[in-house]
Design a protein around this ligand. Structure first.
Ligand code: G3H
Length: 539
């Protein structure tokens, strides 16, 4: 496999299947304060990582553009969100949980109608395979349903009074204020919505900024956001992060930052808040999840899981396995089998059946991958798989690198792409020390068959990371499981139920058990004059 073969993986213009062709979207619209405004200023052109082939060269395809708002419009968006929240007195934060659920249900119905459009855009914007783009869409609408059900459970528990030491109280979860949501390019729909949906349904108001890659596919949802929620509750801000995020945060009016991205970006944003203690952060950041393949591991199974773990969506998952430690006694056998499996991965355009490796959306990503490889080779590693590291434009053949050691950049840095660094080890102390001394701490995978040995590893690892996977790749799902990390990997825990908690705060109405207080509270409940103080039970 050489660069010429890769060139031929790109389609000619007229060979793109009709059902996956895309009409460019030159988006001018943005939603602020319940109005879809038309932008006349600067826009950013969006080029797909999918290129078209024209004889001996390839050209990127222009698939649209989106507004680059200025500070003025973004601050109008902020005013809209602040106004809709109205220090907690707005229509949305004071609405009953049941009414908010109705709004969310109607949004989810409207969103389902856009499946085909959104899936096609996900393929063109970030090159997620058709199957994975469909999975991302379906997982997200299911997440919305699960969030609604989880909120019902939470509300049912809160619909009763607690009596303690002569005081009775109703304890509920109340919203926090204005939430700025920013998602990553690799799960631009799912990971934006897994913060935005719980934040919304708990009564917060939202400003959301799409990722740099993966922005156009929100366009089909603007009308649904406008129609399903009161004005000002959802506001979309498009623009250059560096220009628009600073003014928002330094205004001091953002109460929660929900960011899935890099620790560098999170730190730079957090610092700009004038009262940092008031800014609650819900962050999903970097990770360098290791797999440890023990000498008694089932190698077929380890290869299968490590292949999924390292190279699904070209390794562009925060949960991806980003370094493999393999016991020296089985290293050669594992390397042979793993390299062979990597060589068999299908490379191509995202709509092709069975394809795994697709073009990379980030600018200059293939060059960055090459730099990691050159550095590793200069320090003694080799590429083990056929064609590993060969590239053409946005396509890059995954490279299996071994033996990797601490002198190489790839040992510690998060490659977030199709390179698999492998470290053969003699002593289990090496991977344990690697995890202990790492700046990140999300997950790890252990492959082995001896329960005692695995147990001995679990205990030192669970206090370094937040999930240890046995004979399984690292992953976020199922979405009911807690998803978080230690050190620089995360702040706050997400899952269907945890996210509802993270975007709200326990708040209570309490009174001493006197006849007067019982009469007042009883009357409020009977007359249904408060949405908070209520024993209504959502069925
Ligand atoms: O990019 C990080 C995602 O949260 C990973 O999710 O493990 O379901 O692919 P996943």
């Amino acid at each position: 496999m050489d660069t010429k073969d890769l060139l031929n993986m790109f389609p000619e213009k007229n060979s793109i299947p009709a059902e996956y062709q895309l009409q460019p979207i030159y988006q001018k619209e943005y939603l602020i304060n319940g109005v879809i405004h038309v932008w006349t200023g600067n826009t950013r052109e969006v080029y797909s990582p999918i290129c078209v082939r024209n004889k001996d060269f390839v050209e990127p395809v222009l698939i649209g553009s989106y507004p680059l708002l200025n500070e003025k419009e973004v601050l109008e968006g902020l005013d809209a969100a602040v106004g809709a929240y109205d220090t907690g007195r707005g229509q949305w934060p004071t609405m009953s949980v049941e009414q908010r659920i109705q709004c969310m249900k109607s949004f989810n119905l409207r969103m389902r109608e856009k499946r085909k459009e959104i899936v096609t855009l996900l393929m063109w914007e970030i090159c997620k395979t058709l199957t994975d783009a469909e999975k991302e869409f379906d997982r997200t609408v299911e997440y919305i349903d699960a969030t609604i059900n989880s909120l019902k459970d939470l509300d049912r528990v809160s619909s009763r009074f607690v009596f303690e030491l002569g005081i009775f109280a109703q304890i509920r979860r109340a919203p926090l204020g204005v939430v700025l949501c920013m998602g990553p390019f690799n799960y631009p729909l799912n990971e934006t919505f897994t913060t935005m949906i719980p934040a919304l349904i708990m009564g917060n108001t939202i400003l959301f900024k799409p990722a740099k890659y993966g922005a156009l596919f929100f366009r089909p949802l603007l009308e649904a956001f406008r129609d399903c929620f009161p004005r000002g509750v959802v506001n979309t801000i498009y623009g250059e992060g560096r220009t628009i995020i600073g003014p928002l945060i330094s205004s001091g009016k953002i109460d929660v930052l929900a960011l899935i991205g890099s620790a560098g970006a999170a730190n730079a944003i957090q610092k700009q808040h004038p009262k940092p203690n008031r800014l609650k952060c819900v962050l999903g950041l970097g990770a360098k999840n290791p797999a440890i393949i023990l000498e008694d591991a089932d190698l077929e199974l380890s290869v299968k899981e490590c292949l999924l773990g390292t190279l699904s969506f070209n390794g562009q998952r925060c949960t991806a396995l980003k370094i493999l430690f393999v016991h020296k006694k089985v290293a050669q056998n594992f390397l042979d089998k793993f390299s062979e499996a990597v060589s068999l991965l299908k490379i191509g355009m995202p709509w092709k059946n069975g394809v795994t490796i697709t073009p990379l959306p980030e600018k200059n990503k293939t060059l960055l991958m090459k730099e990691y490889i050159d550095d590793a080779i200069a320090h003694g590693a080799q590429i083990l798989n056929r064609g590993g590291g060969v590239m053409n434009s946005t396509l890059f053949i995954p490279a299996v690198l071994s033996p990797v050691n601490e002198s190489m950049k790839i040992y510690r840095e998060e490659q977030f792409g199709p390179i698999v660094p492998i470290v053969p080890f003699d002593s289990i102390d090496l991977p344990i020390e690697y995890i202990r001394s790492s700046d990140v701490g999300q997950q790890a995978s252990i492959f082995g068959t001896n329960p005692e040995e695995i147990a001995r590893l679990i205990d030192p690892l669970v206090n370094q990371l937040c999930r240890v996977n046995i004979n399984s790749q690292c992953q976020r799902g199922p979405d009911s499981f807690p998803f978080t990390g230690r050190k620089d990997s995360a702040e706050g825990t997400l899952s269907v139920s945890d996210a509802l908690r993270v975007f709200s705060i326990r708040t209570l109405v309490a009174a001493k058990e006197t006849d007067l207080n019982k009469m007042i509270v009883g009357e409020i409940i009977k007359e249904r004059t408060s949405n908070f103080l209520s024993t209504d039970f959502i069925l």
